[in-house]
Design a protein around this ligand. Structure first.
Ligand code: NG1
Ligand code: ZN
Length: 504
């Protein structure tokens, strides 16, 4: 077939370095940018085939998120704006690792296995982050799409959530919004200013100053959500006055953390758990005021601070579910509820509303026979649906929702921070010969293998007050992660250290 000849010719321009093996991990392929040209070309091919299979537009985002500037990466976006399915992650790995001369065979295997109709039209949307390597790497994706005769649209510089949004809009015939950057800003930003509280009020509240915005310096270098969360300090190059509200995004703007320093100069971080608590409390209150019987739940991972879980379950009486690490797991569980709020502690999260919930809220907001209190609550719920990006965690949309909640409640960042106090905690990485010997259960909170490890952890935890600890193999790095929390920082540090010794 003509298209296969084109692939042979073009793939020679994007050769695979001999012996290089990469895995489609939790967040796609990610490594030093110099090793990724052939991967990008091949992901262009795969996205085209996926588009033919789903008869829908597929997204390809070129980014390495919070990794250093010299890295890059790529992830595929499925038709409704969600992450690509597990089976296709495996296809991606197969295609990426095929030797140069076996590429066509590997591609044909996928086409055969998935029974793809090659005459079906294909459409692929491509986006990239600000890394210097992203321009040529996204061109390699576009080359892959055209090698298979697919149509592509290059959105250029966009955030990861913006690309997810474009794909979702395109495949829902504009019902979710218009598939343009302007459409995105209209949907998430203008809606907020127009509909939440009087616009002038919010304008006064929201004076934003941008720092480390990518116009100079290296992406994520001593800044960004990951730096702030891991280092527990503000990014460099920014001057913060006591009590001032700050937030940091990661390199592709799908993660956000808030922070401030107090009058003594002490740094305070408000992470994904604090955001989940603020948002779910706000929504639960509105559901009660609106008299809507909708089931709300918060989805967390094992890394959620124990205090947040305790507060949500015991004070707010909100249902809390725990899943394996990785946004796709949280997203799936959140879909089981009328209103599902999910956040990873590191700041990736959003809110999902079921179709039925959206309809009930919409009906009530339009009902002329309800009292003012119920009506007001219904309108605020409807506005929340309008400003939150339900396709994926989105730093811009999360920030706008949180700003709106703080403005509506007249709450300062300090007041938000004192809703509950985090338990002191420590995360450590342990290098082991083979991290896969650790197998876990119960949403990664208990180790099944190697034998005796869980018992050892249980015995160590017993020595401390309010303590909890678990270990799991990382999905993105060749390390085992150890997490511990306890009543004091000294105890959390000691417990994490002791557990890391038990891992060897
Ligand atoms: P791993 O390396 O599997 O722990 C990390 C983060 C996840 C998620 C993924 C995807 C922690 C403890 N883990 O996963 O939350 O963000 O990267 O990038 O923060
Ligand atoms: Zn990211």
């Amino acid at each position: 077939m003509a298209e296969f000849q084109e692939i042979s010719k073009l793939s020679a321009l994007h050769p695979k370095p001999a012996g290089l093996v990469l895995q489609y991990g939790t967040s796609g392929f990610r490594t030093n940018a110099k090793q990724l040209d052939h991967i990008m070309f091949r992901m262009g091919l795969l996205a085209t085939v996926r588009s033919k299979k789903t008869k829908a537009t597929i997204g390809v985002m070129v980014t390495a998120s919070h990794n250093p500037e010299e890295d890059n990466g790529v992830k595929l976006v499925d038709p409704m704006g969600e992450m690509v399915t597990q089976d296709w992650e495996e296809h991606a790995t197969q295609l990426a690792n095929a030797d140069q001369e076996d590429l066509l065979t590997a591609l044909k295997n996928i086409i055969e296995k998935e029974a793809i109709n090659m005459s079906q039209e294909a459409n692929v949307f491509v986006g990239k982050d600000t890394r210097s390597s992203s321009a040529s790497l996204s061109q390699a994706v576009l080359d892959g799409v055209s090698a298979l005769g697919g149509h592509s649209k290059d959105y250029g510089l966009v955030t990861t959530p913006q690309l997810h949004y474009m794909v979702c809009c395109q495949n829902t015939q504009g019902k979710y919004g218009e598939a343009t950057v302007e459409g995105y800003y209209t949907k998430f930003c203008q809606e907020l200013l127009l509909s939440f509280s009087p616009p002038c009020h919010l304008k006064k509240e929201l004076q934003i100053s941008l720092n480390n915005d990518g116009s100079k310096g290296r992406l994520n270098h001593q800044c960004g959500a990951d730096y702030v969360k891991v280092q527990q300090k503000p990014p460099t190059g920014i001057k913060i006055n006591p009590g001032e509200r700050c937030c940091s995004f990661d390199g592709d703007a799908d993660r956000i953390v808030y922070y401030y320093t107090d009058s003594e100069g002490t740094f305070h971080l408000l992470d994904g758990d604090k955001m989940a608590t603020l948002i779910s409390t706000f929504l639960k209150e509105l559901l009660t005021q609106a008299g809507l019987d909708l089931k709300i739940a918060v989805v967390q991972t094992a890394y959620a601070n124990g205090s947040s879980t305790h507060y949500l379950e015991n004070t707010m009486k909100v249902l809390v579910r725990c899943t394996k690490t990785g946004v796709k797991h949280l997203h799936h569980v959140a879909q089981e509820f009328d209103v599902g709020v999910y956040f990873e502690a590191n700041g990736h999260g959003t809110v999902l509303f079921s179709k039925a919930a959206e309809e009930k809220i919409q009906q009530l907001a339009e009902d002329t026979n309800v009292n003012d209190e119920r009506k007001k609550a219904a309108l605020l719920l409807r506005n929340t649906i309008n400003v939150i990006n339900q396709t994926v965690g989105d730093a811009i949309s999360d920030m706008l929702l949180i700003e709106a909640i703080l403005a509506i409640k007249g709450m300062t960042i300090q007041q938000w921070d004192t809703i509950y106090t985090d338990l002191p905690n420590r995360q450590l990485k342990v290098k082991v010969a083979d991290r896969r010997v650790i197998d876990t259960t119960d949403a990664e909170r208990r180790a099944v293998t190697p034998a005796g490890l869980q018992e050892a952890i249980d015995n160590l935890v017993k020595k401390y007050r309010q303590a909890r600890s678990f270990v799991r193999p990382s999905g993105t790095e060749d390390v085992v992660r150890v997490y511990a929390e306890a009543d004091t920082q000294e105890s959390a540090d000691a417990l994490a250290h002791e557990v890391s010794l038990a891992v060897y």
